[in-house]
Ligand binder design. Structure first.
Ligand SMILES: [Zn+2]
Ligand SMILES: [Zn+2]
Length: 237
């Protein structure tokens, strides 16, 4: 039975559409026995709250709270085909876990597959990006094989986002296809909640079900251990 010990994608009430504070998320993580949690609020161009100052200041947060390792991070928005992001590199470099994702206010939904693929390929040239976020979103179809292969080359991590199965149409089928390619090319993944409320922290039943159905190798799931994840990210525990 797969069990995650680090939640790599959580929002706090700094993002207007999320409803728990950082302390509440940390308390929930401690209660569930997690080893760690990444705080990954949206970049400024999504228009839901966090501004650059949030990301600049996050590096000063304590790394351990009640026995839980806090990884200051971001969910940065992909703005165009060139892979431009809405948080500058000078702030991203001090964050410990950076997810890049497509969201409708920043990149047109149902864009041509070629455009989405090109954007992902360019995003992966940014050394500060660690994770490709909710890649199975049916509104942003791309050439999965090309993207997964480049993830292998560049050392990027693919996210299997538990929240997507509920809110992003097409994710079930698409995530399966992506996960099978990750298995084929030995690309590491993380299973994340994308929690917008503290009760969701650490809960990834849909992502786990998918991994078990396709017999995904557990050693490639980085967030089943804080040490495995931090070693991969080259972050000190
Ligand atoms: Zn997102
Ligand atoms: Zn998110």
């Amino acid at each position: 039975m797969i069990k995650i010990t680090v939640d790599t994608h959580t929002h706090t009430s700094v993002s207007a559409h999320a409803f728990s504070t950082l302390e509440e998320n940390l308390a929930a993580a401690a209660k569930k026995g997690l080893e760690g949690i990444a705080m990954t609020n949206h970049g400024p161009d999504l228009g839901d709250g966090a501004v650059w100052f949030h990301f600049k200041s996050a590096r000063h947060l304590p790394r351990w709270v009640n026995g839980v390792r806090l990884l200051p991070g971001a969910e940065v928005d992909i703005m165009d085909k060139k892979g431009r992001l809405d948080i500058e590199d000078k702030y991203l470099k001090d964050l410990e876990l950076v997810i890049a994702s497509f969201h409708t206010p920043c990149f047109p939904e149902n864009s041509p597959i070629e455009d989405v693929t090109e954007a992902w390929l360019n995003v992966m040239d940014n050394e500060h990006v660690d994770v490709l976020g909710h890649m199975g979103d049916g509104r942003y179809m791309c050439d999965y094989e090309a993207v997964v292969k480049k993830a292998k080359e560049t050392g990027k991590i693919i996210e299997i986002n538990n929240h997507s199965f509920r809110v992003r149409a097409g994710s079930d089928v698409n995530c399966r296809q992506i996960a099978l390619l990750c298995k084929k090319y030995s690309v590491p993944v993380v299973l994340s909640t994308d929690a917008h409320f503290s009760l969701e922290v650490g809960e990834v039943p849909n992502s786990i079900r998918l991994m078990e159905e396709i017999d995904f190798p557990e050693e490639l799931i980085l967030n089943t251990s804080l040490k495995k994840l931090c070693d991969y990210l080259k972050v000190e525990i």
